[in-house]
Design a protein around this ligand. Structure first.
Ligand SMILES: *[C@@H]1O[C@H](CO)[C@@H](O)[C@H](O)[C@H]1NC(C)=O
Ligand SMILES: *[C@@H]1O[C@H](CO)[C@@H](O)[C@H](O)[C@H]1NC(C)=O
Ligand SMILES: *[C@@H]1O[C@H](CO)[C@@H](O)[C@H](O)[C@H]1NC(C)=O
Ligand SMILES: *[C@@H]1O[C@H](CO)[C@@H](O)[C@H](O)[C@H]1NC(C)=O
Length: 588
């Protein structure tokens, strides 16, 4: 709305320009990398007339108030608990200050861009997308763009090693993209992998042989919905609020959730759900290629619904394809998956109460300004009543060679983002039954970007005290600690292209917990209560005893033994695995 004043301002500001000739030429660095992000290579200079969709994230004027509101409505001890904000209330807090709008508009005008021509603007006005040529972006940001190549995935993107903004704009602009965030839909890691087929497992007999409340020994190696429903005590719960309660799965990497495979899965593993379907929603040109079922997409939809059916479910396929090809001059795709998906869902008037995502990056490869913007957008969803589950990653305390990318090459534990964002619930992995133990690839540790939120201090401190000086210098003990919770992470029987494969990864764990949370939300909503929303303040306090504490196993990586699961919270399995019946009693 504020942007509609653009035309008037233009006149005023062009008059003012000569008096402020330094205003837009005094630039200082906003973000720069010391070295090309690992896994990427410089390829070539992009054509000067290649078009970019430049996203400008304006400073959200009342973001501190938004975060306070998030904590109020999520803290079971607060009088506002469960009083989630509407879209309009959130928009009012994230809208930029008129001074920020004015400053950005006159900067655009200085560069000959009419702000009224913005290609996209969010309803609150804090995101503005303008379509500019590479040459123009280079001039505005005092930088050089390059085409960078990612040999492992074959993808190419147009990015820059650093960018600058007029000094005056630093206090008005949070982030500009695409600039230094190289992670793309093609290189974001999906945290699942297919296991080699082991025993011939007669899956048909699994469903039949499991009595509703017992957890048979076979679940120690082969996971079906019946195992998880028995293990986490959801077997006897019958959803009642299916008209309002919704479950969502995000899909990237051109991963498609297959309708026929879901029916095959139900026929084999959850016969009472045969005929239950989900809705495909395509975001930013995302596709829905039914002939190309994805492991990650099928796993996520089959297991969240394997637990929560007949809850209403949505699969978002977020696109951005085709990726940049150096020889194609016309594409404007800039592959910013989180921003596109977030802007899409934040513009909906009703929220999906439970959302599971199984993608992530090493935190250090995501620029701090970009990570902060995305994390704050997750806070908006939480304030509106959504529970966001993210897998914690499959690389224990750190991926690859664990070297810092600040030029020192120092070996350090490498946290994962978005799991490290304090406004999401990160899900680690377990294996085996009676007892469940931590799986050795379970991602966990401490953020270097985000401070430890107060909701977890009392639970994390005993772990740190017991750890003493072990691993000092390898992690930041004052950072946001994760994961928050855990669930089974190996031996999942997933139907892919009509055949059953065995899948592992914390990608299995996030949709499992999402299924349990969706049923808890169903229970609350069917009683006329608010959904759980952002659950961390609840689970670290009054609902702590609703989890099965996991007390053995560790997550070795980076040439180190990794953290060890122990009584209470630990950076391998968090607070533990969910017990639906106990949680239901605690929140009812
Ligand atoms: C937001 O949703 C409204 C209503 O569906 C639509 O008219 C508008 O174009 C959307 N805005 C954006 C920025 O996506
Ligand atoms: C993790 O466990 C698997 C299977 O038990 C084993 O093959 C692998 O070597 C372990 N990884 C590490 C890093 O210890
Ligand atoms: C540790 O985390 C805190 C809180 O996020 C941050 O302020 C500090 O800079 C971090 N220290 C290091 C050495 O990364
Ligand atoms: C939930 O299931 C577990 C394992 O089957 C069992 O030990 C536990 O007592 C159950 N919880 C409740 C509240 O019944």
């Amino acid at each position: 709305m504020l942007w509609l004043s653009a035309l008037l301002l233009v006149a005023q500001l062009s008059a003012a320009k000569p008096l402020n000739s330094k205003r837009w030429t005094d630039l200082s660095v906003k973000h720069a990398w010391v070295e090309i992000p690992r896994g990427w290579e410089y390829h070539s200079a992009p054509p000067a007339d290649h078009l970019l969709d430049m996203r400008i994230g304006l400073k959200q004027d009342k973001i501190d108030q938004l975060i306070s509101s998030l904590y109020e409505v999520s803290d079971p001890a607060h009088e506002k608990y469960g009083k989630h904000l509407s879209k309009e209330e959130v928009d009012a807090l994230v809208a930029p200050h008129p001074d920020s709008v004015d400053a950005v508009e006159s900067w655009l005008e200085h560069h000959g861009i009419n702000p009224a021509d913005a290609h996209f603007r969010s309803t609150a006005g804090e995101w503005v997308t303008i379509r500019v040529s590479v040459a123009q972006a280079e001039q505005m940001l005092n930088t050089k763009y390059g085409v960078y190549y990612h040999p492992a995935s074959g993808s190419q993107v147009v990015r820059t090693m650093g960018y600058s903004l007029p000094t005056e704009l630093h206090s008005h602009v949070d982030v500009i993209s695409p600039t230094t965030y190289f992670g793309t839909m093609h290189s974001m890691r999906a945290t699942s992998f297919v296991l080699p087929q082991t025993a011939t497992g007669d899956e048909d007999s699994f469903a039949a042989e499991i009595s509703p409340l017992a957890v048979p020994a076979s679940c120690g190696t082969t996971i079906t919905p019946a195992c998880l429903r028995a293990l986490y005590n959801t077997t006897n719960y019958v959803p009642k609020a299916t008209a309002t309660n919704k479950l969502g799965i995000t899909g990237y990497l051109e991963e498609f959730a297959n309708d026929a495979d879901l029916q095959t899965f139900f026929k084999q593993f959850r016969t009472d759900a045969v005929g239950e379907t989900f809705t495909h929603v395509q975001v930013n040109g995302g596709l829905n290629t039914q002939s190309d079922p994805g492991v990650e997409a099928n796993l996520d939809i089959q297991y969240s619904l394997g637990i929560a059916a007949p809850t209403t479910a949505t699969f978002w396929s977020t696109g951005g394809s085709p990726p940049f090809k150096a020889d194609t001059f016309t594409t404007t795709n800039t592959n910013e998956p989180y921003l596109d998906w977030l802007n899409f869902v934040l513009n909906q008037t009703t929220v999906t109460q439970t959302i599971s995502t199984s993608y992530g990056d090493d935190e250090q490869t995501v620029p701090l300004d970009y990570a902060t913007s995305v994390c704050n957008m997750f806070a908006q969803l939480g304030a509106r009543g959504t529970t966001l589950l993210f897998s914690s990653g499959d690389e224990g305390v750190g991926g690859g060679n664990c070297e810092a990318n600040d030029g020192t090459n120092k070996v350090e534990f490498q946290p994962a983002f978005p799991a490290s964002c304090p406004f999401v619930t990160a899900v680690g992995g377990t294996r085996s039954v009676n007892p469940e133990v931590a799986i050795n690839f379970s991602g966990g540790g401490f953020s270097r970007y985000f401070a430890q939120p107060s909701y977890q201090t009392a639970s994390v401190q005993p772990f740190l005290t017991a750890l003493g000086t072990k691993f000092t210098g390898l992690f930041n003990a004052s950072g946001r600690a994760y994961p928050d919770v855990a669930a089974q992470a190996t031996g999942f029987q997933v139907v892919i292209g009509g055949r059953v494969s065995s899948v592992a990864g914390t990608s299995c764990s996030a949709p499992t917990v999402a299924g349990v949370i969706a049923l808890l939300n169903d229970f609350l909503i069917s009683q006329g209560k608010a959904p759980l929303g952002f659950i961390n303040p609840l689970i670290y306090s009054t609902a702590k005893t609703g989890f099965n504490d996991i007390v053995s196993g560790s997550n070795p990586a980076c040439g180190q033994a990794g953290f060890t699961a122990a009584a209470g919270w630990d950076p391998v399995t968090g607070l533990g695995t969910p017990d639906f019946l106990r949680l239901q009693a605690l929140i009812g």
